[in-house]
Design a binder for this molecule. Structure first.
Ligand code: ADP
Ligand code: MG
Length: 232
């Protein structure tokens, strides 16, 4: 795409640089909420195997609250970073257990990284996603291989960065990130959980896909779809 105009209120490019805005964030969260809603029972089944069978219900409630918070916020008063902050606040408020504070922190950390700029670049989106990962790890102290959200989020951020560095735009980077998150979630199956409720099971947590890594893969798939639909 060429030209300098923002298109369809979602995103555009200026002299080859990707420009993302509040419309892109709204689209991401709407698609993510749909994805989490559709996967609610699946996420709950995964959590039933190695946790307490509430992850799907938790996340669905949180994403619906996030959507409602965004709908109550007119664009003029809400730069992209502010929208992410509202999402984080809604999730903290509505999602219990481990995932609420972790995802809430991720979105709030991403919000801080974006600041109050009205538009942002693919590079800034990478910084926000990385800030989200750092927030999750600061709070939960999980590293790669612990069978958590980190096992999907970390490879997603790395894939996003690799694609940008090799000249790809935010659409390509988000697509790579989605694939990496999905693979990362699948790779939690043979892992033994070392953090969260599943770690109480010890070796019995082996052989099951981690629910949190799975919901992270849904968030990144939504990111990719939002990027495709607003930028392509
Ligand atoms: P709870 O375990 O309190 O019932 P959820 O079921 O909503 O909360 O979320 C469980 C998910 O949270 C796990 O599948 C795992 O991915 C994630 N999780 C738990 N502890 C951590 C942690 N310390 N760091 C990152 N993710 C974690
Ligand atoms: Mg649970």
């Amino acid at each position: 795409m060429s030209g300098s105009a923002l298109r369809r209120g979602g995103a555009g490019t200026t002299e080859g640089l990707t420009v993302l805005d509040a419309g892109f964030i709204r689209s991401w969260i709407r698609i993510a909420a749909e994805g989490v809603g559709a996967a609610r029972d699946h996420l709950t089944q995964l959590d039933a195997a190695i946790g307490d069978a509430d992850h799907g219900v938790n996340m669905d409630r949180g994403m619906q609250a996030a959507l409602a918070a965004l709908e109550g916020q007119p664009d003029e008063e809400a730069p992209p970073g502010r929208l992410l902050e509202l999402v984080g606040n809604a999730i903290v408020l509505k999602v219990g257990g481990a995932a609420g504070p972790l995802y809430g922190t991720a979105f709030r950390s991403g919000a801080e990284a974006l600041g109050d700029a009205p538009v942002f670049s693919g590079e800034a989106l990478l910084a926000a996603l990385r800030a989200g990962l750092e927030g999750i790890q600061r709070l939960g102290a999980a590293v790669e291989g612990d069978k958590t959200i980190v096992d999907a989020w970390l490879p997603a951020v790395e894939a996003f960065e690799r694609e940008l560095r090799s000249g790809g735009d935010a659409v390509a980077a988000a697509a790579r990130a989605a694939v990496a998150a999905e693979e990362g979630a699948r790779e939690t199956i043979p892992m033994e959980a070392r953090k969260g409720r599943a770690s109480y099971l010890g070796p019995r947590s082996i052989g099951h896909q981690d629910p949190g890594a799975t919901s992270t893969a849904i968030l990144f798939e939504a990111l990719a779809r939002a990027a495709r639909s607003t930028l392509a």
